[in-house]
Design a protein around this ligand. Structure first.
Ligand SMILES: [Cu+2]
Length: 253
């Protein structure tokens, strides 16, 4: 199925066990209430999130990636304890939440040490600037072939779904319903982030704080695509930008 791997820096002293005991069950219980048409009770449930939830720093990570696809996302991170999490839903259940009390969900903890990876900064062939005022702005020509996309987070805000803005690449077909896709991007909707996705996703980057830059690699073939953020009403925020890749227009490399 479709998945992703958002990278989250945890506050000091917090780990995977705390996330699975204090956060995943609260979001699942809140989602269950939203699904049964009780938004006020859901808001009250989300009020039970621990104080440290607000101290988690989202630090990019591979975006939505459909069945059989591979995503590659590069980001600079400071030493600390991090989680990789997927909160796509299947039958209304977040992948990050496992209904079995003895098992964890789709969450992985990792420690980043002070030792340098010596990795070189990727060279971008396309540049995206993301902001709450101008939405998704793209520089460069989306020619067929391989591209490295640099995403600059000009600012960051908390949207209605508690998340900041990010960007993912979706392949559009002649029968793709853009409205349906826009609703799918909002996890708080019953049909949001529910498998299967209405389009094929080819990766991207999750949110970062203002000033951050993430890179991801895509292979573009001729066709129609959309750059889209995981926020409610992305089109109204300038965060759903469609484009066409034309064959024979040169190439990435
Ligand atoms: Cu998943």
């Amino acid at each position: 199925m479709i998945h992703f791997a958002v990278l989250e820096r945890l506050p000091e002293g917090i780990g995977l066990k705390d996330h699975q005991e204090q956060i995943a069950p609260v979001f699942q219980a809140g989602m269950d209430l939203l699904n049964s048409g009780e938004p006020d009770a859901a808001q009250e449930k989300f009020g039970e999130l621990p104080e440290w939830f607000g101290q988690i720093v989202f630090m990019s990570g591979p975006g939505f990636t459909s069945v059989g696809k591979t995503a590659e996302t590069t980001v600079y991170i400071e030493p600390g304890t991090y989680l990789l999490e997927c909160y796509v839903k299947t039958n209304g259940v977040f992948h990050a939440y496992n209904p079995s009390p003895s098992a964890y969900g789709m969450v992985h903890e990792l420690t980043v040490t002070a030792e340098s990876s010596d990795a070189a900064e990727p060279r971008a062939t396309l540049t995206i600037t993301l902001s709450s005022t101008h939405g998704i702005e793209v520089e460069g020509d989306p020619t067929p072939g391989k591209h490295t996309v640099a995403v600059h987070f000009d600012d960051q805000i908390v949207h209605e779904n508690f998340l900041g803005h990010d960007v993912h690449l979706a392949r559009l077909e002649s029968d793709t319903d853009i409205e349906e896709l826009a609703i799918w991007m909002d996890w708080s909707q019953p049909t949001g982030l529910e498998t299967p996705a209405p389009v094929e996703f080819l990766g991207g980057t999750h949110e970062m704080p203002a000033g951050g830059t993430a890179y991801f690699t895509v292979h573009l073939e001729p066709g129609r695509y959309a750059w889209i953020a995981e926020v409610p009403m992305p089109a109204e925020k300038g965060m759903l930008k469609t484009f066409t890749v034309v064959s024979g227009s040169g190439g990435g490399d």
